[in-house]
Design a protein around this ligand. Structure first.
Ligand code: SF4
Ligand code: FES
Length: 169
C-alpha cells in the first residue's frame, strides 16, 4: 500500500505517495522538470536523458521520469551542470535532425523547438550530420519522417501499449 514520503525539489517541500516517480511528483506540484521522451499518459521509456536531476548523496544524476521518490530525498533540477548537460543533448539531436522549423507542421507547438529555445541552442550554429532518408508513406495510418525522428520511443509505446498494434519491424 502506498504511503506518503517527504521530498524536496529545488528547496520546495512536497509530500507525495511513494508510488510516484520524481517527475510525477514535480508535475503534481507545478514544478517543471525538462523532458523530451516522457509523456504522462505513457509508461516511461527513459530514452532521452533530458529529465536528469541531481539527488543529494548520489554521485550520478538520475532520470526523473523513471526514478521513484523516496523518504527524505532532496534533489536539484536546474543547476548549471544539468542545464549544460541538457543543452549538449539537444545540440546532438538537432545536429542529426532536419531543422526546418518555419515550414514544419510542428512549428510553434514542438517540444524539441521549445527546449532548444529555453536552453539557448541555436540550430543554425550547429554542424548538421543528418544523412537524409526517404519519408515512409507505406502505412495508411501514419506518415513517418525519419529525418524528424528523435528516437524518443513514444510512437512505439503508443502502438504497443495503448493501441496494442503489433510492430512488424
Ligand atoms: S520537429 Fe520541431 S525542431 Fe524539428 S523542424 Fe519541426 S519544429 Fe523544428
Ligand atoms: S524524459 Fe526522462 S529520459 Fe526522457
Amino acid at each position: 500500500m502506498a504511503k506518503n514520503v517527504n521530498v524536496w525539489i529545488d528547496g520546495h517541500h512536497l509530500e507525495v505517495p511513494d508510488t510516484m516517480t520524481i517527475i510525477e511528483a514535480a508535475d503534481k506540484h507545478g514544478i517543471y522538470i525538462p523532458r523530451l521522451c516522457y509523456h504522462p499518459d505513457l509508461p516511461p521509456t527513459a530514452n532521452c536523458g533530458v529529465c536528469v536531476v541531481e539527488i543529494e548523496g548520489n554521485p550520478t544524476p538520475k532520470r526523473a521520469c523513471c526514478t521513484p521518490v523516496a523518504e527524505g530525498m532532496k534533489l536539484h533540477s536546474n543547476s548549471n551542470k544539468l542545464r549544460s548537460y541538457r543543452k549538449t543533448l539537444i545540440e546532438m539531436i538537432l545536429s542529426n535532425h532536419e531543422v526546418v522549423c518555419p515550414t514544419c507542421t510542428a512549428n510553434n507547438k514542438c517540444e524539441l523547438q521549445t527546449l532548444a529555445n529555453n536552453l539557448g541552442v541555436d540550430p543554425d550554429a550547429l554542424p548538421n550530420i543528418l544523412e537524409k532518408k526517404d519519408v515512409d508513406l507505406s502505412s495508411p495510418s501514419i506518415i513517418r519522417d525519419p529525418n524528424k525522428c528523435i528516437a524518443c520511443g513514444r510512437c512505439i509505446t503508443v502502438c504497443n501499449e495503448v493501441q496494442t498494434v503489433l510492430r512488424s519491424h
